[in-house]
Design a protein around this ligand. Structure first.
Ligand code: FPP
Length: 247
């Protein structure tokens, strides 16, 4: 099917409200071409830029998440970590105006205080400038981990216990969800992982309780608009029961 046919087909059915992408395979993409890993990440950024532009331009889904740098990615060689941060600063700085114009609201999720100051400044600037964007919520995980996120929620609950007298019996699933860094986003309906592995790798954990999972062997730099539409089409064929019996 062409892109236009795929687009028309997915629009005929309920679209997910939140699609989350685990972008894996940049390194292998580069290695298979005899290129340095850095080049794979550069192409990975281009793929992400194309997809964000497409999703926002088509008003395809209201929320898109990108898992850019996990709490475990610090274990990569220092040079690669630096390359990734440089690319992320450039991505945020260079796309900032476009985000504002296209109504894209950027939210960075993660322990940003541990990131290089230049990256922290770029994040704070574009988050602030894009704050009123209502076309697409773009959540980018940088120094993010699902476990970190749950611990953040627990910390906030403990702080509320001290400041407002929050009691253990006041805390339930929905109250706790409101304390998580992801509280303002809908739960992901669809989580897509590229690059052959079939795991969540400490991305959304709490939020993924009822997400549909989609795995593709495409390496991230090759994941394009058609591939995203194919994932959404697959999602639309799933039977989501949320623990209930089929109707
Ligand atoms: C996985 O490839 C990718 C990452 C470590 C995440 C970084 C992602 C990008 C730079 C893409 C652009 C992101 C944004 C937000 C613009 P890998 O190195 O794990 O690949 P491998 O498994 O083949 O080694």
């Amino acid at each position: 099917m062409t892109r236009a046919e795929l687009l028309a087909a997915v629009r005929r059915e309920a679209l997910p409200r939140h699609v989350a992408l685990i972008m894996d395979g940049n390194g292998r993409w580069a290695q298979r071409r005899g290129l340095p890993r850095r080049e794979g990440h550069r192409q990975g950024v281009k793929a992400a830029e194309r997809l964000v532009r497409f999703v926002a331009g088509e008003r395809l889904v209201p929320c898109l998440s990108l898992f850019a740098f996990s709490t475990e990615n610090w274990n990569r060689p220092q040079e690669e970590v630096q390359d990734l941060f440089d690319l992320l600063v450039r991505f945020i700085r260079e796309r900032g105006d476009e985000f504002v114009e296209q109504g894209i609201r950027l939210r960075v999720l993660g322990a940003v205080e541990a990131l290089p100051p230049s990256l922290q400044r770029a994040i704070a600037d574009v988050e602030e400038r894009s704050r009123r964007g209502d076309g697409l919520d773009l959540a980018v995980g940088i120094n993010f981990g699902g476990r970190w996120s749950i611990v953040e929620g627990a910390r906030r609950a403990m702080a509320l216990a001290r400041s407002d007298g929050l009691k253990p019996e006041d805390l339930n699933e929905s109250a706790f969800a409101r304390l998580l860094p992801t509280a303002e986003l809908p739960e992901p309906d669809l989580i897509v992982r590229t690059g052959e592995e079939k795991r969540i790798s400490n991305f959304y954990l709490w939020e993924a309780a009822y997400s549909e999972l989609y795995f593709t062997s495409l390496l991230w730099p090759d994941f394009d608009e058609e591939a995203l539409l194919a994932a959404i089409q697959d999602f639309q064929g799933r039977c989501r029961r949320f623990g209930r019996v089929p109707q």
